[in-house]
Write a protein that binds this ligand. Sequence first.
Ligand code: URA
Length: 259
Amino acid sequence: MNPYENLHSKRLRPRLLKAEQKTRLARFLDLAGDYLRDGYIYPRKAYTFRDDSLEPPLEAAPDHAVLPSEADSLEGLETEIQNCQGCPLHTSRIQTVPGQGASRPLVLVIGEGPGADEDASGRPFVGKAGQLLDRMLAAVDLSRERNCFITNVVKCRPPNNRDPLPEEIAACAPFLDRQLALLKPGMILCVGRVAMQSLLHTDEGIGRLRGQLTAYQGFSLLGTYHPSALLRDASLKRAAWEDLKILRDHLAALDEREP
Ligand code: URA
């Protein structure tokens, strides 16, 4: 299914689930799973989703949106990103920052957008926040060299490190979708409010969104604080560590399920 195909038709346009619909669906799937297994209903903690997925605006499919295809490759995508002029950020960038890491990652880490160090080097998360991110990942046996791929919702630096604008995020979104389709990570870790809000189409704060596993395009997604926030406010580190333990436990569960 091509989710962009009917984006301009109000009647045929696919709808994202509201929180209440997600909750009902999760409960139904639990019930159906129990019933199909042995006819018993097992007591379990009920899921409650709090995040409504906000519908993207009708004009959200940018003209240059390119969908994942069989012929897509990480190298080809990187070249397209390097040549992209899909939004005004291309005029002020030094370099694009497509992403860096393992080609079959356990975790796809998604940040907000390149800062000055990343703009200069062409690599994501290389400044102070990046060094902290590397330490956070190492604490749960992850690294960009071995088993993570790190990227951002926008691949060019927003001037003065301002938040990327919704239209810049929308213009870059097909690149992220294609990275996800190519990398097929075990799960996604969003660091910070901007990444989390962009993917989930919500304006809920990161304090509410972090620490809960949710689904995104068929992948498990977890959000936590941005390492820059942890550098500004050390009291957030305890919660971030709780999130990393959820990440670690989820990866361990995936590992057990592998044949
Ligand atoms: N902050 C981000 O969100 N991404 C980077 O690549 C660097 C800093």
